[in-house]
Design a protein around this ligand. Sequence first.
Ligand code: PBG
Length: 327
Amino acid sequence: MIISKRPRRLRSSEGIRSMMRENTLSPQDMIAPLFVMEGKGRREEIPSMPDQYRLTLDELSKEVKDLWSLGIRAVSLFPAIDEHKKNSKASEALNPHGLNQWAIKEVKATVPEMLVMSDVALDPYSSDGHDGLVDPKTGEILNDETMEILAQMALVQAEAGSDIIGPSDMMDGRVGFIREALEKAGYKNTMIMAYTAKYASAFYGPFRDALQSAPKKGDKKSYQMDPSNVREALREARLDEDEGADILMVKPGLPYLDVISELRRQTHLPIAAYNVSGEYAMVKAAHLRGWLDENKVMLEMLTSFKRAGADMILTYFAKDAARFLNH
Ligand code: PBG
């Protein structure tokens, strides 16, 4: 048979396959989200996220050393705040001596070159479990009233040494508001990674277990995006870019690869994908049942983000993937 064009020629050995490879994954592409809690010498496994832990600060320090030695260059911190410290104003978020700020300092003291990303949203600190203030009469999530707290949070975190502020709250105008506050306070090099297209997703379930931060009433649909929309993501991206974001993020990752590739075409800013808790839990659950090969699925999944156009990936697989890639 004469078949002049045979794509299989270019797949016939690992040598040619490796030259043909359009996208690669390395430890430096990944940001490891880490959960922290009060106390000493303890790590508590999160039931819906096997192999992920809430860490006390001394354990955080060990984890960060491990990650650094594996080639991971950034972590994103999420504090599990004690229930009695939560209130409707999320005031613990602004405590310069709060857990989150200690965690930032701990990472910087352990490995100064490790980039620290910190989260700006009220939910871990709010007795209502919402990312913004809640109107006690109507239940509305108050946009403008939340803004001042978000900006103060960003300043407290920048002061503690955070390199990257991650507003995950989806309030309108917050990137610009935070940027202005940082500029005025002299934090000219503090980056903002905007949660640009953050969808109202059921894939955040395990994360909310980890922080016990699920909304007490209602859902997040009046601020997080409708999973059916993509043009709306482009609009959010333009706004975040205009307001001074340094990096744009799409979240969740896997069900929104089309949004990543669409954004890739529309912006010159770097793009991050957040491979969220539910995406992690699905793979772990299937692996524990012997239904799929965890490592292979993990690498395929992470590579799909690069192929879609993401420059970096927030993923609970960071450590496992780095280990695998280093071998
Ligand atoms: C909260 C926040 C959430 C996540 C990151 N920041 C949950 C939410 O919006 O309810 C989810 C991350 C994950 O699922 O891995 N502002």
